[in-house]
Write a protein that binds this ligand. Sequence first.
Ligand code: 5GP
Ligand code: MN
Length: 342
Amino acid sequence: MLNRVISEDNIQKAKKLTFHYDKIVIVTHRAPDGDALGSSLGLYHFLKESGKRDVQVIVPNDYPVFLHWMPGTKSVINAEWQKKHAELAIASADLIFCLDFNTLKRIAQLENPVRQSKAKKILIDHHLSPENFCDVTISHPEISSTSELIFRFICRMGMFERINEPGAECIYTGMMTDTGAFTYHSSSYSIYYIISELLQKGIDKDAIYAKVYNQCQEGRVRMQGYVLYEKMKLFDEYKTALITLSEQEHMRFNPERGDTEGFVNIPLSMKKVVFSAFIREDKGIIRISLRSKGTFPTNRFAEEVYGGGGHLNASGGEFSGTLEEAVKKFEDALPVYKDLLE
Ligand code: 5GP
Ligand code: MN
């Protein structure tokens, strides 16, 4: 039996809204990752299986190429390319699910349309400090993925039968990607109970792993070699590694969306490194990815230095300025956190 995480009160309130309304929109955060899409499409397949005809998944912008295979992506509205379509769907929705984000700022240009919408709203998420804008807030930072929360939500409504194979594939993908293929935040026994339930739906977990992690172009592998050999700086005093990549350097490798994903984790394989950062230029904006081992709070660093956020061991943010300025900010901040970098 699966232990209870979501309160009974929240389950009942969310269930009532879900089955009372028919025009349903699911939104997730900008730069959607495996868990953002996994939870959104996992819920989408469940709602479709439940007979809901008018369900739209909306993403603020594009997602990595290695997630394109996920079942249901063809019906996802990309608000960057289909602005009017996305805004209309949000304005005419009577129920909006907000998945895998804690503040409306995280859905970029969809913030105002969602805030202004008269629809009922349900948040399901695992980031700290959820903003209070929903009718039901299901927020569980102790759970490693929003996709797991979707599985729990469906099961607690007594509707496990309505998880079909495509839905199970999506849920599994989100659980896998938010735990680095079950290498961190993945020691809870319930994760493996859920996986065994998903396997009974017919998913092939090894095939899903291969579709996500073994499908890249040559350029990504060569770029990985380049950034590790040429662009990684170590700050031994702070047990820190920093990799930077300019747009121009990135362009040399015939890039495709999402092909720098995972680079930030590699320096953590060194015993002496507890904090790793990847700072890159992306169409005029600087994107920061932070990872740590143990107790170093990357979310505090992301928030205090770049106004970003995230989880203890994985956070991110954006910076408007040059790559050099973002790097200087990083290097200037390190001494402030020295005590925590032990
Ligand atoms: P990534 O490094 O994979 O882009 O992001 C890691 C985690 O950091 C995400 O799962 C998300 O929780 C958080 N994150 C990334 N970018 C931002 C941002 O701009 N603002 C906030 N608040 N969190 C972010
Ligand atoms: Mn997530």
